[in-house]
Design a protein. Structure first.
Length: 174
């Protein structure tokens, strides 16, 4: 009696937030931390994907004839549906989201830009240049690319936070 034919799938280390692909689970986790400020648990380096009776796994190479499964970087779960991967990670691994140090400043800058736009509109209306609002888009909230100038206390707090996150990340690996 012959064994059932295995389903061949390409495993892709896909970011569940932006859907970019990475060569290894470790590089995906590094991306999650540096770009999305999300810390997720990692598999230990010596942990290999267990043998499967249903699937034959291939590394992602873009072959259109082999279905792609998105692999979890924290365990051995994989799925063809990126939304299922996202649900799995959020439910089973509960990532820690760190605040970007410049977000507070960006919100202040955006509020200032919106207020400036309102003041300009009010000035135009005072000059008799009223508008019915057609053809105008609402103000865009822009993210500043620059970093805010931080005080020594902010820098110290940020350093302490980074140390704690690194220690937490190492503990989660063990």
């Amino acid at each position: 009696m012959s064994s059932p034919k295995k389903i061949t799938v390409q495993l892709s280390n896909t970011c569940y937030l932006c859907e970019r692909n990475y060569s290894t689970p470790a590089s995906l986790n590094k991306h999650l931390k540096s770009i999305h400020h999300a810390v997720v648990t990692s598999r230990r380096n010596f942990e290999r994907r267990p043998h499967s009776t249903k699937y034959e796994f291939k590394h992602y190479n873009g072959d259109p004839d082999i279905p792609i499964h998105h692999a979890c970087s924290s365990c051995f779960y994989h799925t063809a549906n990126i939304n299922r991967l996202k649900d799995h990670i959020l439910k089973d691994h509960r990532p820690i989201y760190l605040e970007n140090e410049s977000e507070e400043n960006e919100d202040e800058e955006n509020d200032a830009e919106e207020n400036k736009g309102k003041e300009e509109n009010e000035a135009q209306e005072d000059q008799g240049e009223t508008s019915n609002g057609q053809g105008k888009n609402p103000p865009i909230r822009r993210r500043s690319l620059g970093r805010r100038k931080s005080s020594p206390a902010d820098a110290l707090a940020n350093n302490v936070l980074n140390i704690l996150v690194d220690k937490l990340h190492k503990l989660m690996k063990n």
